[in-house]
Design a protein around this ligand. Structure first.
Ligand SMILES: *[C@@H]1O[C@H](CO)[C@@H](O)[C@H](O)[C@H]1NC(C)=O
Ligand SMILES: *[C@@H]1O[C@H](CO)[C@@H](O)[C@H](O)[C@H]1NC(C)=O
Ligand SMILES: *[C@@H]1O[C@H](CO)[C@@H](O)[C@H](O)[C@H]1NC(C)=O
Length: 538
């Protein structure tokens, strides 16, 4: 009887701790929008393994739905704007980015983007101030004794909270502006001769004589972009954050110094997408962690898909953010779609375009992953967000890219270089351009073959990306950091990093040696000369 009770108690104990040798507390500093959709998968996996996850979220969030019941806890903080105003501003930016900016010159549109970024950053800093100066909140966080912080560094502040709480932290990101955070704060080696600067739409083959469309030599462009981003980001950090971080922490420091303390950098790409490049032991590439096998479609949608017969279907989405296009643009797209034999499922919330063909259906929302995994899918028309591209890679679907802003043009450039996509320009495209691009990826077998090749690379990994992401977060919890992976480059000055001190020392040695040798030669030459003269005289 007693032993039975014991057995039951043991079983209960085992059940309680099943899958969780170590249950920890995770604090999260997220970023809204598509970044959240990706991070949420990791957080849900952590809660499934028994960890307690708390997300610090601003009340004005767009995609972070903190009011829904979920296994994740949310600590809602008052945002610097009310939600309505925030959404209005967001929509006006999207309208600007999608419909207005493409009509401006490059310089003008860069200026507009910079204005917008400056506005967002200044507002974000106000939010950061309100969080770090909220004494009751910071005390509460400190008393909870978290084990790790998971941070999306799209905008600063998360690492400041982590440093204040003395918590080890893990970054999750796709890339920073021009890759400067990874390079300078994370010490990721990025030789400009073959590592293209992110956002430059370049590949790893930058032959010196090969010309860009705009006749600028590729490697020159890469080098110039490197300087440009370096200067821009440094200015911007000094201007906004360094002083503020020093004030909050009560000692002189910089944003980059604090960022450099990240234990692990989880990068949302993988070698199916990236060009081969050097990386560090605390960089882990976990692209496509959100991908999954497809589930059955809703009945009405499945019937429409099946009605396409041999020709199959095309899936079209410009992402969760872009809701409406100008009527002109929507009609250009619709009339191209009307000319293909495939059926088209288009995620679009704007007015129904007049030129919409009988083969095209509009949806407010589509189960994108399930559609891309459907055997009838022939192509994916995408704005080039990383999440969507990874779903296409996962299922081996060739793409037509219509990139608009942020990392989208660069993402499409990667897929183009790997032969799995064709791009069209949102601004200048005609119906014929889009039609040709679609025909190319559907009818030329190489696109499907390349997409399948990327897919097989993606699937053939020793450990799945989601499991690796979770593993490293748990590792940092178990070991209170991952200092053994930290390169010593963090402790060097820039001239030590490039070994300029050693080169200087060796140069000094060589010069001294040469000086000595010359002196000796002169000395002996003179002596020899004198003895010769003496001999002659005698
Ligand atoms: C401080 O944080 C709490 C959440 O813990 C929040 O309810 C409160 O409104 C915040 N105070 C200020 C002044 O932001
Ligand atoms: C994939 O789908 C299964 C259910 O079909 C689910 O249990 C699992 O968590 C999903 N994985 C991801 C990464 O979303
Ligand atoms: C898109 O919708 C927003 C708000 O609904 C509106 O302000 C904007 O003018 C629309 N843009 C176009 C091009 O129709």
């Amino acid at each position: 009887m007693r032993s039975e009770k014991w057995a039951a108690a043991m079983l209960l104990l085992q059940l309680c701790f099943a899958g969780c040798g170590f249950c920890g507390k995770v604090l999260v500093w997220p970023c809204d929008m598509s970044h959240w959709l990706n991070l949420k998968i990791v957080l849900e996996e952590l809660t499934k393994k028994g960890h307690e996850v708390t997300v610090l979220v601003s009340s004005q969030s767009f995609l972070i739905d903190y009011s829904k019941p979920s296994a994740i806890n949310f600590e809602v903080l008052p945002g610097s704007l009310d939600r309505e105003t925030y959404l209005r501003q967001l929509n006006s930016f999207l309208d600007l980015a999608v419909n207005v900016m493409p009509t401006l010159s490059r310089l003008q549109s860069a200026k507009k983007l910079q204005e917008f970024m400056a506005e967002v950053t200044v507002r974000h800093k106000v939010f950061c101030e309100s969080v770090t100066s909220n004494h009751s909140l910071m005390m509460k966080l400190q008393e909870t004794k978290y084990d790790v912080m998971v941070i999306d560094p799209a905008l600063p502040c998360g690492e400041l909270v982590a440093e204040w709480l003395a918590l080890p932290f893990v970054y999750t990101l796709r890339l920073s502006m021009g890759g400067t955070l990874e390079k300078y704060c994370g010490q990721l080696p990025s030789p400009p001769s073959y590592v293209p600067v992110p956002m430059g739409e370049l590949t790893d083959r930058m032959t010196f004589m090969e010309k860009m469309k705009n006749m600028l030599l590729k490697r020159v462009k890469n080098m110039l972009l490197t300087f440009f981003f370096d200067i821009w980001i440094k200015q911007y950090d000094n201007w906004l954050w360094d002083q503020f971080y020093s004030e909050v922490l009560g000692r002189p420091t910089t944003l980059c110094e604090i960022m450099g303390k990240a234990e692990i950098w989880l990068i949302r790409t993988y070698w199916d997408f990236e060009f081969p490049r050097p990386y560090l032991p605390n960089f882990e590439f976990v692209g496509g962690l959100h991908c999954n096998h497809s589930k059955p479609l809703p009945k009405e949608m499945e019937e429409f898909v099946q009605s396409s017969g041999e020709d199959g279907i095309v899936v079209f989405s410009l992402g969760s953010m872009v809701k409406n296009l100008t009527d002109e643009k929507a009609n250009i797209i619709a009339s191209a779609l009307a000319q293909i034999p495939q059926k088209v499922l288009w995620r679009y919330k704007g007015n129904k375009p007049a030129a919409l063909g009988a083969n095209t259906r509009l949806y407010d929302w589509i189960p994108q992953n399930d559609l891309l995994g459907h055997p009838k899918t022939k192509a994916f028309i995408t704005h080039g967000g990383t999440n969507g591209i990874y779903e296409a890679i996962y299922h081996g679907v060739p793409m037509v890219g219509i990139p608009m802003f942020a990392d989208q043009p660069d993402n499409i450039a990667h897929m183009k270089a790997k032969g799995a996509a064709v791009d069209v320009n949102m601004n200048t495209m005609t119906s014929a351009d889009l039609l040709n691009a679609l025909k190319t990826v559907i009818n030329e077998p190489s696109y499907k073959e390349n997409a399948m090749r990327l897919s097989s690379i993606h699937h053939d990994q020793p450990v799945k990306p989601l499991d690796r992401a979770v593993f490293w977060i748990e590792f940092v919890m178990r070991h209170k950091g991952a200092k053994h992976l930290r390169v010593a480059a963090h402790d060097l000055t820039w001239f030590q990093y490039h070994s300029l001190d050693v080169i200087g020392f060796l140069l000094a040695c060589i010069i001294s040696a040469m000086f000595l040798v010359t002196k000796c030669c002169l000395f002996f030459y003179k002596k020899f000369h004198k003895t010769e003269k003496k001999k002659k005289r005698e």
